[in-house]
Design a protein around this ligand. Structure first.
Ligand SMILES: *Cc1c(COP(=O)(O)O)cnc(C)c1O
Length: 378
């Protein structure tokens, strides 16, 4: 099956008892057992639920893995992944990963003895230098958030293989429509399904897919043990969102490409961060490992005051956190999504007060350009 066909048909093949064409919302917590331990594959919905099972099978096929796992949010997925490690283990993490990823390790898992080094993974030698005898995993995101830095997945996969590390990739920005990290050596790929996979700003969810069945068993054990699972209604919404992933991702990207080029010419814009621009430092690596450039753009308008003015004036772009939905959103990372990163680190990373991030929706691009244009005028 080709990818676009999988989006519609993978994971579920008509309901056997009714012929329903889409997966029903199995709003149920427990299941009748014929005798103790004799059942139809479901005992209790934390452990397994048919609506969730359809979603898990779907994402596993899309990412090209052997097992998918559903979670209540992206960070519930990451929490469960981090529970694979023991106190005294060390992990290497990209230095401009999602703010909540940094916070989860630095403020929570560190208390349990999980150590971490944060490095710019777009330079492979940084990763090599950060590896210690107790390093167990390498966690990357590409392109990153909000600076759209690109990491070479195959190079990281090779390092992970040579050093015996678990290679974990946050694929939220690209989705399997554009990029499938398991094909480049990743062991686990995870998502905030809240973003492009859901796609409509109406559900919070997380997904993970593994390359290997034994690892899938370990993660499924933790999923059930920790219990950060999604409800059936949310799973249904995610399946429904994923059906239109191909048509949405193409539109996001077409709009983002036009907007990035327009912003690049704008006198008020000091710098545009978009991997689709030929002068982006990660352009060629990204092109090699992904089929498209996505819908996220960051740009620097020079100062916090100018960024504030823009946010006050935009009419079509909605001031909000999150990304990846059909409507265009705008935000200031230093004060919103990345506010949990200490100021000193933000400045080191280049997340300046004038940095504006947009999630380009699928509205008519002329309206989007007109809105940003009026918002940036003197
Ligand atoms: C939003 C986001 C997350 C966190 O996911 P939630 O669903 O909000 O828990 C993780 N990584 C990236 C890249 C994100 O954008």
């Amino acid at each position: 099956m080709k990818f676009n066909t999988k989006l519609i048909h993978a994971g579920f093949d008509t309901d056997p008892s009714t012929g329903a064409v889409t997966v029903p919302i199995y709003q149920v917590s427990t299941y009748k057992q014929e005798a103790v331990g004799k059942h139809k594959g479901y005992e209790y919905s934390r452990t397994g639920n048919p609506t969730r099972a359809a979603l898990e099978a779907l994402i596993a096929e899309l990412e090209g893995g052997v097992r998918g796992l559903g979670f209540a949010s992206g960070l519930a997925a990451l929490s469960t992944i981090l529970m694979l490690f023991d106190a005294g283990n060390h992990i290497v993490i990209g230095d401009d990963v999602y703010g909540g990823t940094f916070r989860l390790q630095d403020k929570v898992f560190r208390r349990f003895g999980l150590e971490a080094a944060y490095v710019d993974t777009s330079v492979a030698s940084n990763v090599m230098e950060a590896i210690r005898p107790n390093t167990k995993a390498l966690l990357v995101e590409t392109p990153t958030n909000p600076l759209l830095k690109v990491t070479d997945l195959a190079a990281m996969g090779q390092i992970a293989q040579d050093k015996g590390l678990l290679f974990v990739v946050d694929n939220t920005f690209m989705t399997p429509y554009w990029q499938r990290p398991l094909e480049h050596g990743a062991d686990i790929v995870w998502h905030s399904a809240t973003k492009y996979l859901g796609g409509h700003s109406d559900v919070v969810g997380g997904l993970a897919v593994v390359k290997d069945a034994a690892l899938g068993e370990r993660l499924a054990f933790l999923q059930n043990a920790a219990g950060g699972v999604p409800g059936p209604q949310d799973c249904f919404l995610l399946i429904r969102g994923i059906k239109t992933l191909a048509v949405r991702m193409k539109e996001h990207e077409a709009n983002a490409g036009q907007l990035a080029r327009w912003l690049g010419q704008h006198p008020r814009v000091a710098h545009v961060f978009y991997p689709g621009l030929p002068d982006h430092p990660g352009h060629s690596v990204h092109k090699r490992q992904a089929g498209g450039f996505g819908g996220m753009i960051s740009f620097d308008v020079g100062s916090g005051e100018r960024a504030d003015q823009m946010l006050r004036r935009v009419k079509l772009f909605t001031l909000a956190e999150s990304l990846g939905a059909v409507e265009s959103l705008i935000e200031i990372p230093s004060r919103m999504t990345h506010g949990s990163i200490p100021e000193e680190r933000r400045n080191q990373l280049g997340i300046t007060d004038g940095l504006v991030r947009i999630s380009v929706g699928i509205e008519d691009v002329d309206d989007l350009i007109a809105d940003l244009d009026q918002a940036m005028r003197d």
